[in-house]
Ligand binder design. Structure first.
Ligand code: PAF
Length: 266
């Protein structure tokens, strides 16, 4: 059974004690509403480390007032069952007060790679992500932290933060897990009606077409897709010609749900 820890101090104490005893810790930060994508991260952490620690915290600081913080899916009992099924050792489930106690006022300025793409549409999003991820790294000190490639820019932002601030852990980015028909797993897929679920396939289909075109020699990113941006995989700068490691990213509304997906073109 995954041991549930609610107290920040207790989580920190347990992780430090485990590390002192020579255990490698793999951390899986999540906002809950878990699916197979998250479980693949736990499996990776278990494969690489002695102890896997998942965190479940819907972080208010990364949602704009107009976004879906209050209706973001919360399914703690089901989440804990899923974490048990993959032998996750600890689950840190702090309250909002535990992470942002009264008087909290320190926020992290995110690295430059946070500015384009999602940074344009969600201006304070990565400030909130960096702040909470840094807090989680401090509260659950780990040797490795696992993130999904579906949130490509987030993973890159976290990598840059870890590098720039000399944080003593490695970041693993794990492949996107998809449904059989190609839809990338996302907690927000729960918002989709049946019809929207069908429409949402446009994201992975567009990316697959771009990838096919790339493999058959297409290098003009304008030709690759109208609604997709092909950017340098490291800097996220837009590319006209794909002459280096690149990633095609897509973000769109299906009904009122904003979904993102991406595919590496190399
Ligand atoms: O990807 C997520 O679920 C969140 O952005 C994260 C990394 C847990 C920070 O709240």
């Amino acid at each position: 059974m995954s041991q549930v820890v609610n107290s920040a101090k207790e989580m920190q104490r347990q992780c430090l004690a485990l590390q002192r005893a020579g255990n490698r810790i793999g951390l899986i930060p999540t906002m809950g509403a878990l699916h197979e994508g998250h479980l693949s991260l736990v499996r990776r952490a278990k494969a690489e480390c002695d102890v896997a620690v998942a965190t479940i915290f819907v972080n208010p600081a990364q949602f704009a007032p107009t976004e879906d913080f209050s209706k973001y899916p919360r399914s703690i009992d089901a989440d804990l069952g899923l974490l048990d099924s993959v032998d996750c050792d600890f689950t840190f489930v702090p309250s909002a007060d535990e992470i942002y106690p009264p008087g909290f006022s320190t926020y992290l300025a995110p690295p430059a790679v946070a500015q384009p793409l999602e940074g344009v549409f969600r201006p304070d999003h990565f400030r909130g992500v960096c702040t909470v991820v840094l807090k989680l790294f401090n509260l659950a000190p780990a040797d490795v932290a696992c993130f999904g490639q579906k949130d490509y820019q987030q993973a890159l932002v976290v990598r840059h933060m870890v590098r720039d601030l000399n944080l003593p852990l490695a970041i693993e980015v794990c492949p996107t897990v998809r449904e059989a028909d190609g839809l990338a797993l996302s907690s927000r897929n729960r918002y989709l009606s049946e019809g929207e679920r069908r429409q949402a396939l446009a994201l992975s289909q567009a990316l697959a077409e771009a990838s096919d075109l790339y493999r058959s020699g297409g290098r003009n990113s304008r030709v690759l897709a109208e609604r997709m941006q092909a950017v340098d995989a490291e800097t996220l700068q837009e590319l006209d010609t794909i002459d280096r490691s690149a990633v095609a990213l897509i973000a769109c509304y299906v009904g009122t749900t904003r979904l993102i997906d991406n595919m590496i073109l190399s």
